[in-house]
Design a protein around this ligand. Structure first.
Ligand SMILES: Cc1cc2nc3c(=O)[nH]c(=O)nc-3n(C[C@H](O)[C@H](O)[C@H](O)COP(=O)(O)OP(=O)(O)OC[C@H]3O[C@@H](n4cnc5c(N)ncnc54)[C@H](O)[C@@H]3O)c2cc1C
Length: 361
């Protein structure tokens, strides 16, 4: 067995990450946070986790993502707009649709996200839903290979779960009628139960035709049980690692355990026979899924990889060339600040990358 340790804590810019994981490990050995062993089978096994300053920085950035004055300032300045451009498709629907058309031409499907979360009035929730209804009409009119991704707190979940459910129901009805699909993003763990309950109730309504899907986060202990339930009910799942700062009472604190759970849950989803999405930029996770699918005789067209707009575009293109399905999560709109801060929390090295871009513009 080849027992080369591989660093998961890359520091290169998004488009040139990890050309050679072994040399990367040597360069960053002193501060990497977790290591895998790649056995000859290509199926990673987690072997070690080290202390690292990254978790602290991650928590600080997630805390900053909730800072209202900083958010107001960033979203209104030219500097902020320049900063967001790498990871946000634009401020208007038209910008996002143009990018979606380009991605479709490049062989990728799209999940459109009208940025915004935690609205504070019913009018705001209805206005946010209005943007999604427009998107569904545009997707149909332009014959885009795209669907929408929606956050329940943007649909009024904090104000009234019943309001959020009726708004989402009308979106799913619209998506079903136009041959599209509504993915409900997963937010922090205080909303997991309400979010999955809503998805399962709407999925069970035959007239909505299964046009709704859930997201499961591999960092939560409960996710294995949630996946069993969703798969048994025929709900399509997007599996991701999880982007929020969760306490050890509900989530694996060690990245190595999150990675191991992601691989375990990917296998369970691939075995289910339903069409699911594996949302990750992590080459070790992708390699494990590819190798598992090929060993089980699951065709590359029976599932999709999903990645964020602006992240690992080289990898997105490569997977399409190899015959895999790739969906790009495409956020747009002026409420970009919390989204961007979570992306920086995932990979603080992106701060340097964005700063360099800023001076180049
Ligand atoms: C399509 C999609 C939808 C998502 N939806 C949700 C959701 O609904 N709820 C939720 O909680 N989270 C969501 N996420 C975020 C997800 O939970 C992770 O926080 C995020 O994807 C980072 O994890 P990773 O698996 O990509 O790899 P990580 O373990 O974070 O990193 C592995 C490697 O991937 C690369 N990488 C990862 N992130 C970045 C980045 N931002 N910039 C550049 N390189 C990077 C680096 O090479 C890194 O070394 C979503 C992610 C994707 C791709």
């Amino acid at each position: 067995m080849n027992s080369t340790p591989v660093c998961l804590c890359a520091t290169a810019p998004p488009d040139s990450i990890v050309p050679n994981r072994v040399s990367l490990l040597r360069r960053t050995d002193s501060h990497c946070c977790a290591k895998l062993v790649l056995p000859a089978s290509g199926q990673p096994a987690v072997v070690a986790t080290e202390g690292s300053p990254m978790p602290l920085l991650r928590s600080a950035l997630i805390a900053l993502s909730r800072n209202r004055p900083l958010r107001r300032w960033s979203e209104r300045t030219r500097l902020g707009l320049r900063f967001s451009a790498r990871f946000v498709a634009g401020m208007e629907i038209g910008d996002a649709l143009r990018v979606a058309e380009t991605l479709n031409r490049q062989g990728m499907t799209v999940s459109l996200d009208s940025l915004g979360e935690s609205v504070t009035s019913e009018a705001e929730a209805e206005a946010a839903a209005g943007v999604y209804h427009r998107l569904l009409d545009e997707i149909a009119a332009r014959r885009l290979d795209a669907h929408i991704s929606v956050k329940l707190t943007q649909m009024g979940l904090n104000l009234s779960p019943a309001l959020a459910e009726s708004i989402v129901e009308s979106l799913v009805r619209h998506a079903q009628a136009t041959g599209s699909f509504v993915r409900i993003d997963m937010e922090d763990s205080s909303r997991t139960e309400a979010t999955l309950g809503l998805v399962r109730r709407l999925h069970a309504r035959p007239e909505l035709g299964g046009a709704i899907g859930a997201v499961i986060q591999a960092y939560l202990y409960r996710s294995q049980a949630d996946i069993e339930q969703l798969v048994a009910e025929g709900v399509r799942v997007r599996l991701c690692k999880g982007a929020y700062d969760e306490p050890p009472a509900v989530a694996f604190p060690r990245k190595a355990d999150v990675d191991a759970n992601f691989i375990r849950l990917s296998g369970r989803l691939l075995d289910s026979g339903l069409y699911h999405g594996l949302a990750t930029h992590d080459e070790a996770m992708i390699a494990a899924a590819k190798s598992y699918a090929s060993r089980q005789g699951i065709a590359p067209t029976r599932f999709e990889f999903q990645m964020l707009f602006g992240v690992r575009r080289d990898l997105q293109r490569r997977l399409v060339e190899e015959g895999y399905k790739v969906r790009v999560y495409l956020p747009f709109g002026s409420d970009w600040y919390p989204y961007l801060m979570r992306r920086l929390a995932e990979r603080p090295a992106n701060m340097l990358f964005l700063a360099r871009n800023l001076f180049r513009l």
